[in-house]
Design a protein around this ligand. Structure first.
Ligand code: ADP
Ligand code: MG
Length: 655
């Protein structure tokens, strides 16, 4: 039984204009294990083409190519990959070592493609390299070796998966006569161990040392001579490797290979990563800025709000019916908007965890109400009752108003003069075209806060009971237009707020404004991040271009690893891993950059306004890095596919 048999092999190269070139003409050959075959013939006679067929690199031929009686042509792609990986070892004239890998890695890569464990890989590679006298060179790069040493590394690589057939296309073509003999001895040795060795050669010396010489001319076998019978050790291992190793290149190995490749072109990959990081950095910064502005705003808003008090308003109605009824002779309500009725107060006080409900009244009037002091009239823009949401912390000087007292704000106290605290003033309120009045003592001055829009409006604050009295003295009834719901623990506040909303009441005007402002900041943040995201398209294109260049540069390398058994999938995986890593580094650089820019901006804003305006969140960091990885990996798919589809024979011919 022949190990390798070629039956009626014909091959044509398609030329343009539908021309065909008959490169192999009806080849019939049969080889046994242990043979050392030399194929000789003029340049262009078809030797390399024949080797590529036997090596499983080229399936575009007619006829049968039987290995152990299995037709290579009928193998599925996967099996063919396995055949290349485990059944044949390829040795080239120009060595075809991968320049950026060490001697050891060049040898182990074939096993890496089979996902052999690292320990096992190293053991086997070191053994073979020692047998070939290379034990002192395993960490060198191919460029640091002599021609003979390089070819021995290539031989080691061909032998590493213990193939039954070794194909060598002019293995001594680039070597001097001394190293030629060395390599020839190694080849003899290999065949002696029971492998079939087929060499293409021009050297008389090599040919004459073979067990068989085949002459080829213009694609035809013109001579087939058994010269000598080699004294083989007859320990031909009967083993069928096809289908034995199911393992393929692992993800970790492909990432490692990708890292080694990237290190080779370090400056370029750093530049690409930095370029890609700019978009990510901008997005993270925009989101963080929006977050910072929002949280600053909300903090200032909440600083002066007692968390145990929930302000409740009547919902604003489109068509407010004005209760200030001028036509009735009866004493009407004083309210101009829909007031809270006793039933409302009852409903609110029944909400879970509500400890008490306070009535309040607030009226904004354009000077209809006033405060008279020393016969001078000061128009009031706002009169409000005080409630538990105003605490001593809100009083700048003086105290909170007790019964018969009034608290005034800064705008008003500026008008009334310095020593107003403790003085008697007359509060005049307009109700139903009649002015009601009552005397009060000024208790203190209300603190003005930066976020307070009423800061410039002259305002007075007094107790609800006092205001009620002011009206009831004249027979008017005051109904609250704002209600303060108190609770005992701020943890209940959100639930109560929600319940209040469900019951159809409104939150405080301050809160309404805050949520509007928050919404605006959100929209602005998304728009700005969207604009920043445009730069991601630029970085995606950049990655595509750079990786295409890399595929072109590494065409030969791709051909080599395909020749030693890499599947299209493996090649794609290596390139996609590279894109993934670039994305990861871009994201990481972007994140670090964003962090430092944030620190810088906050340092300045803290100096100027005592505020950190950029606040990064963990979600933004994760989002940024993820987006970077996804975009980069997607961009890498195109070039990776191009690499995966490269024809190994074509690629190997590339210089
Ligand atoms: P050898 O290795 O014996 O020098 P090759 O097998 O490389 O010869 O080439 C055999 C012939 O086929 C040559 O004439 C060469 O020009 C031709 N040839 C090789 N590859 C191609 C190809 N891809 N397309 C067309 N012709 C080719
Ligand atoms: Mg050739």
């Amino acid at each position: 039984m022949a190990l390798l048999e070629l039956r009626n092999i014909n091959k044509y190269y398609r030329l343009k204009d539908n021309d065909k070139f008959h490169v192999l003409n009806d080849i019939n050959l049969s080889f046994n294990a242990g043979e050392l075959v030399s194929i000789i013939g003029e340049s262009g006679s078809g030797k390399s083409t024949l080797m590529n067929l036997i090596g499983g690199l080229d399936s575009d031929f007619s006829g049968e190519l039987l290995v152990n009686e299995k037709d290579i042509k009928k193998l599925r792609r996967k099996e063919l990959d396995k055949y290349r990986k485990n059944e044949v070892g390829f040795i080239f004239q120009s060595f075809n070592l991968i320049g950026h890998l060490s001697v050891l890695d060049n040898v182990t890569i074939a096993m890496t493609l089979s996902n052999v464990r690292k320990k096992e890989r190293l053991k086997r590679a070191k053994e073979i390299l020692r047998d070939l006298g290379l034990e002192n060179h395993i960490n060198k790069k191919p460029s640091q070796l002599s021609g003979g040493q390089k070819q021995r590394v290539a031989i080691a690589r061909a032998l590493i998966n213990n193939p039954k057939i070794i194909i060598a296309d002019e293995p001594t073509g680039s070597l001097d006569s001394k190293t030629t003999i060395q390599v020839l001895e190694i080849m003899k040795d290999i065949s002696r161990k029971g492998k079939l060795v087929i060499m293409v050669t021009h050297s008389e010396r090599v040919a004459s040392a073979s067990s068989r010489i085949i002459k080829i001319s213009d694609g035809e076998i013109i001579d087939d001579n058994k010269v000598i019978e080699l004294d083989n050790e007859v320990n031909i291992e009967k083993q069928d490797n096809i289908g034995k190793q199911k393992q393929n290149l692992s993800l970790i190995s492909s990432a490692k290979l990708a890292l080694v490749n990237m290190k080779e072109k370090l400056p370029r990959n750093i530049l690409v990563s930095v370029g890609g990081s700019i978009g990510i950095m901008s997005i993270i910064l925009m989101l963080s800025l929006g977050n910072g502005v929002k949280s600053y705003f909300n903090k200032t808003m909440n600083n002066y709000v007692n968390p145990l008090v929930i302000e409740v308003n009547m919902p604003s109605e489109e068509d407010e019916n004005i209760n200030l009824d001028v036509t009735t002779v009866q004493k009407p309500d004083v309210n101009s908007t829909k007031p809270f009725e006793e039933s409302d107060i009852d409903t609110l006080s029944k909400i879970e965890n509500v400890s008490s409900v306070e009535r309040g009244y607030s009226i904004i009037s354009l000077g209809a109400n006033s405060l008279v002091y020393n016969n001078k009239t000061n128009n009031l823009m706002n009169v409000s009752t005080i409630s538990s949401n105003i605490t001593a912390a809100n009083v700048e000087t003086g105290t909170l108003p007790k019964d018969g007292e009034v608290l005034i704000n800064k705008a008003l106290s500026d008008n009334l003069g310095k020593d107003i605290i403790g003085q008697k003033v007359n509060l005049r309120m307009l109700a139903n075209q009649k002015i009601l009045n009552r005397d009060f003592i000024v208790s203190g001055v209300y603190t003005t806060t930066s976020g307070d829009l009423t800061a410039n409006m002259k305002s007075a604050f007094l107790n609800y009971a006092d205001l009620e009295k002011l009206y009831s003295d004249d027979g008017y009834k005051l109904k609250p237009n704002v209600v303060y719901v108190n609770t005992t623990n701020s943890k209940y506040t959100p639930q109560i707020k929600q319940k209040v909303n469900e019951l159809g009441y409104s939150q405080s005007s301050q809160e309404q404004m805050a949520s509007m402002f928050n919404q605006m900041i959100d929209i602005l943040t998304y728009v700005l991040s969207g604009i920043a995201a445009i730069s991601l398209i630029v970085s995606a294109i950049m990655i595509i271009v750079v990786m295409y260049i890399s595929v072109v540069e590494r065409t030969k390398e791709i051909g080599i690893i395909k020749a030693i058994g890499a599947r299209a999938k493996d090649i794609r995986r290596i390139f996609v891993s590279e894109a993934f890593l670039i994305g990861f580094f871009s994201g990481a650089i972007g994140l670090i950059g964003a962090y430092f820019i944030m620190r810088g901006i906050n340092l300045m804003s803290n100096k100027l306004f005592a505020v950190s305006v950029v606040l990064i969140k963990r979600e933004y960091a994760i989002l940024g890095v993820t987006v970077s990885i996804v975009i980069s990996t997607l961009a890498g798919l195109l070039p990776a596919n191009k690499a995966a589809r490269l024809d190994p024979v074509e690629s190997l011919r590339r210089e």
